[in-house]
Write a protein that binds this ligand. Structure first.
Ligand code: SF4
Length: 246
């Protein structure tokens, strides 16, 4: 994994365990250990584990952009979990620079009835083919490719299309649908409250364990043993929280 501890300062990957926790009011309600480098692929397993230990799926999930993917949004919707899960560029897309950039794929006009986009020069970009992407979890994502018909003499080519041929864009309409739902949800009063609460809730727990308790490495090796060690850590965290409250 890419570690924050990077003494040689060369971004070297190191062996490690990916510990995922869910919290509520800084109490750890569930944890899972993964051997994957990114967080996106851990969400489903983690939620299934939560469901098993709590007896039901949580009604709501708040998570950062590391978990925002089509696969996860679809999974949460199918399990009736209200997702307050950011996607990449959630914050950037709200800047004036982003909103006023006519070359951004997200800002191109789409005509659903005819299934084509309009490029900044006013040219149609019709659908040309589907592109299948398989995630690390084996989830099949079907994207649609659209292409401008003639970029060669375009005065905007330098800025708009760095590629050699006619400009292509890759779109996933389902993901775009989820993004607009999530955008609206995260911008609501409840969404803004959850967004400011998330770091105080879950990040603080990591801060207490890694910073206050100086627990920066698992002592054991092997998935099974590390799961037990993580469980003991979660339990000790819970007990110390209860002790502080009392
Ligand atoms: S480079 Fe191609 S896609 Fe971009 S504005 Fe010109 S014609 Fe349109």
């Amino acid at each position: 994994m890419r570690m924050k501890e990077d003494h040689i300062l060369n971004g070297q990957l190191k062996p490690g365990y990916n510990w995922q926790i869910s919290t509520e009011n800084q109490f750890i309600s569930g944890y899972t250990i993964h051997q994957t480098t990114n967080d996106t692929t851990t969400l489903k397993t983690h939620m299934e584990s939560l469901k098993e230990s709590l007896g039901k799926m949580p009604d709501t999930l708040v998570a950062d952009a590391g978990y925002g993917s089509l696969e996860n949004y679809e999974y949460l919707e199918n399990n009736d979990v209200e997702a307050f899960v950011k996607y990449s560029y959630f914050h950037k897309e709200q800047t004036t620079k982003w909103k006023t950039d006519p070359y951004r794929t997200e800002n191109l006009q789409y005509y659903e009835d005819y299934d084509y986009y309009i490029c900044p020069m006013g040219q149609q970009m019709p659908f040309i083919k589907e592109q299948i992407r398989i995630t690390d979890n084996g989830y099949k994502q079907i994207n649609r490719l659209y292409q401008a018909q003639n970029c060669y003499d375009c005065p905007m080519k330098e800025t708009c299309n760095k590629g050699k041929g006619n400009r292509r864009i890759e779109i996933n309409h389902s993901l775009n649908r989820y993004k607009s739902i999530i955008r609206e949800r995260l911008s609501s009063e409840r969404g803004r409250k959850y967004r400011s609460q998330r770091p105080v809730d879950v990040e603080a727990v990591f801060g207490i364990i890694k910073g206050n308790k100086s627990y920066r490495r698992f002592l054991l090796r092997g998935l099974e043993k590390v799961e037990i060690e993580a469980g003991l850590l979660a339990l000790s965290h819970k007990l110390s929280k209860i002790a502080v409250r009392n």
